[in-house]
Design a protein around this ligand. Structure first.
Ligand SMILES: Cc1cc2nc3c(=O)[nH]c(=O)nc-3n(C[C@H](O)[C@H](O)[C@H](O)COP(=O)(O)OP(=O)(O)OC[C@H]3O[C@@H](n4cnc5c(N)ncnc54)[C@H](O)[C@@H]3O)c2cc1C
Length: 467
């Protein structure tokens, strides 16, 4: 992957994209293919070709604060910082945008989501790859009258040789089956975009109510030691994620940013059963949504070495269940949480559970416990993990911080990531983020961003060419 050591772009960019997760990578690819001069600034490295990628030590290096980022209320946030953003550690699940985007906000994401799903081959895994133990959990749920369904995945087993997807693939996909936003970054670069890694944006430059560019430091793991840079552009697209974007917006005076957030707060409920556990099954192959309760259940267990660390937070007794990991079944609960808390700085986040969240989570834990007992788990072994957050979002909400066109009050400054969600998704986020980014790109290309307008054909990908 190219990464210029200079702090001057090879060509003056028309568009600066901050962050290379699914929001940033998609918009960068689409705009570069539309002929725009795009510069992508990513604070993390590109770990994908490193031998450490997808390993326990690797995950400690690319997860923010070695995966020990906690809110004041004790919720553990997993925030990968590298090329591809959080898709470098995600479970590869996909969900089509929820109906409320159109019904409540007039935003139609159906077509861009369907296009992306087709392009990326989004499908459930075939039955023989869903995992025997995971399927046992889903069947137990169905016997209890719940609508369990095979989960849509950004996974193409045929790309891997051999397909080796298990709980460990949350550390990063090593077998190549799972799509990550890094692939869109590569395609953006092929289409002429420039990528700077280890380039952390600290400030959005604003003059007379319009964006003028960005400033930051690059080249060192410690930001204080990096080389300062300043890049000018008439269009800046913030895609630094649900924590990074609101902090940058606050820095340019948009005070509503970071006031309240959603997290799709997660706990895992575990139980031990005779027979094999789900650790060697691909994560989240089956799911069941209860939209009345605002909960998504899925089949999942933490990777082997993470398990005792997480269980230690419950007490010694539970971390000593580590030897049973291979026989453990897990049901993940993802709560459609209320907007609450605040992002004050990247390491000063307030977010816990509201009384309503707590009440619904308690009910969901009971349901998960029932499913596990039905699947053969001994009742004494059933335990739920502490709170975790992997979907920081809704911190620059549509209707409050950005318009339906994802534009801020600062001319030329857009936000395109999970922070624009108007409410908690309660579902896998990535397909929705890609759809938002495709929609924004289409709007920008049609309206003409930057000094010239209209689609241009050079360099890179001709406008309208299939993606
Ligand atoms: C363990 C885990 C499992 C998950 N599983 C799923 C799943 O199965 N399906 C699903 O749909 N979702 C899943 N998610 C959630 C999903 O990955 C995220 O919601 C999604 O990636 C968010 O996209 P984004 O573009 O908003 O931001 P991110 O993916 O967070 O990308 C933001 C990028 O911006 C960079 N950045 C931040 N600040 C700056 C700065 N100041 N300057 C420059 N760069 C900056 C970051 O390094 C990062 O690369 C999972 C997440 C995790 C952590």
């Amino acid at each position: 992957m190219s990464s210029s050591p200079s702090s001057t772009p090879q060509r003056p960019p028309e568009v600066v994209v901050v962050g290379s997760g699914p929001g940033g990578a998609t918009v960068a690819r689409e705009l570069a293919r539309g002929g725009r001069r795009v510069l992508i600034l990513e604070r993390g490295r590109d770990w994908r070709s490193s031998r450490l990628y997808g390993t326990y030590p690797g995950a400690l290096l690319y997860a923010d604060r070695s995966a020990l980022l906690f809110t004041r209320e004790g919720l553990n946030i997993i925030r990968p910082l590298m090329v591809g953003g959080a898709t470098s550690m995600y479970c590869g699940c996909a969900a089509h945008p929820r109906d409320w985007w159109k019904e409540r906000y007039g935003i139609d994401l159906e077509e861009p989501a369907a296009d992306a799903a087709r392009e990326l081959g989004v499908e459930p895994l075939p039955p023989e790859l869903r995992g025997e133990a995971s399927t046992r959990i889903a069947e137990a749920g169905m016997e209890a009258g719940m609508p369990w369904e095979p989960q849509l995945k950004f996974l193409r087993p045929e790309r891997a040789d051999p397909f080796d997807c298990g709980a460990h693939c949350m550390l990063g996909c090593r077998c190549g089956a799972k799509w990550s936003a890094g692939e869109y970054v590569d395609q953006a670069v092929e289409a002429g975009a420039e990528l700077w890694t280890r380039a952390r944006v600290d400030r959005i430059l604003v003059e007379g109510g319009a964006v003028r560019g960005v400033a930051g430091r690059r080249g060192a793991s410690s930001v204080a030691r990096g080389t300062p840079f300043q890049v000018e552009a008439e269009t800046v697209i913030l895609a630094a994620g649900g924590i990074g974007s609101p902090v940058l917006l606050q820095g340019c005076g948009i005070e509503a940013a970071g006031q309240g957030m959603a997290m799709d707060t997660t706990v895992m409920v575990y139980g031990t059963a005779p027979g094999g556990g789900i650790g060697s099954d691909p994560p989240m192959t089956w799911s069941s949504a209860d939209d009345e309760l605002g909960v998504l259940y899925s089949t999942l267990i933490d990777p082997w070495l993470m398990y005792p660390i997480i269980m230690a937070q419950k007490g010694l007794r539970w971390s000593l269940t580590w030897p049973r990991w291979g026989r453990t079944l897990g049901v993940m609960i993802k709560l459609t949480d209320e907007i609450s808390g605040r992002v004050l700085a990247e390491d000063r986040i307030e977010k816990g559970l509201t009384p309503d969240d707590r009440e619904r989570l308690d009910r969901a834990r009971e349901v998960a416990g029932r499913i596990l007992r039905q699947a053969g788990c001994d009742a004494d072994t059933i335990v739920s993990t502490p709170l975790r957050g992997t979907h920081p979002s809704a911190t620059a909400r549509i209707g409050e911080v950005v318009g339906a066109d994802l534009a801020t009050e600062v001319e030329g400054l857009h936000v395109c990531d999970a922070s624009v969600f108007p409410e908690a998704l309660g579902r896998p986020t990535v397909l929705t983020i890609i759809a938002l980014a495709r929609r924004l790109s289409r709007q920008l290309l049609a309206s003409g961003n930057g000094p010239e307008s209209g689609p241009r054909t050079e360099p890179g990908h001709p406008p309208g060419a299939p993606s």
